[in-house]
Design a protein around this ligand. Sequence first.
Ligand code: NDP
Length: 281
Amino acid sequence: MSVPTITLNTGRTIPQLGFGVFQIDPADTVEAVTKALEIGYRHIDTAQMYGNEREVGEAIARSGIPREEIFVTSKLNNGFHRPEDAQKAFAETLEKLGVEQVDLFLIHWPLPTRYDGDFVSTWRTMASFADDGRAASVGVSNFQPAHLARIIDETGVIPAVNQVEVHPYLTNEAVRAADAEHGIATEAWSPIAQGGVLDDPVITEIAEAHGVTTAQATLRWHVERGDIVFPKSVTESRMRENFDIFGFSLTPDEVGRISALDRGEDGRTGPNPDEFDYIPD
Ligand code: NDP
């Protein structure tokens, strides 16, 4: 089974399907990532905030798979937006992951109400990680169209990706359109809304027509729309199920019917990026 790749605006390629490790306990992370790599996943999405970068690195090292065959993403934690803090935190990410270069490093949240609204100097610092080669690509997460416009206008540096909440109940079209306009790849987090869309009658009907599960139909919907996904599971059968989405395809009508399930802001399961101001202790 071969996972398609998306070419980023940096010229680097990223597997369109990966494995997310949010809410995987550090004690369980080596086992989960090891299993994911055995199944065939070659793209792991972690973050400083998840507290499991070291375990992700350990699983990669133990796997024996050549480093260049695994795409690894991490993200800058919310407390480290000041340039000197970002520098230090990024060095720690490389050390914990046990890599000389991370494939993708993102600003996790824009925090527009923090740091006097200055996420631009954070973005400049991120760009320096790409310049010095320690990040193959840099990007952002949870950036609204206005946040994207501002960093691009003020620095001239276009993020490689914008990782935002996208699933059938929050299709996030305005952000996806802004990403596309700038040549930024959209990464869809919580692609199955943490399970919240799996009993939907429309998705159930479409899944049954293809003889697949609702999780598979939903992940395939993302793929058909061109977004990058990395569902999380600690359950081996689900990890296998989520990886097995390339043996069928949805019709344009089916894609449209799932997109029409959008509930706008009511469908959001996570925080609103314009308001979110959480800084871990
Ligand atoms: P997902 O939408 O991937 O859903 C994960 C949940 O669904 C888990 O409870 C899992 O259970 C369950 N599940 C997974 N596969 C199946 C299946 N086939 N059938 C039934 N249930 C299933 O949620 P996440 O929030 O974890 O999002 C995925 C990734 O996105 C994260 O791990 C992280 O990498 C990223 N993310 C980024 C954010 C950001 O701000 N940038 C925010 C949130 C997520 P179980 O594990 O028990 O099997």
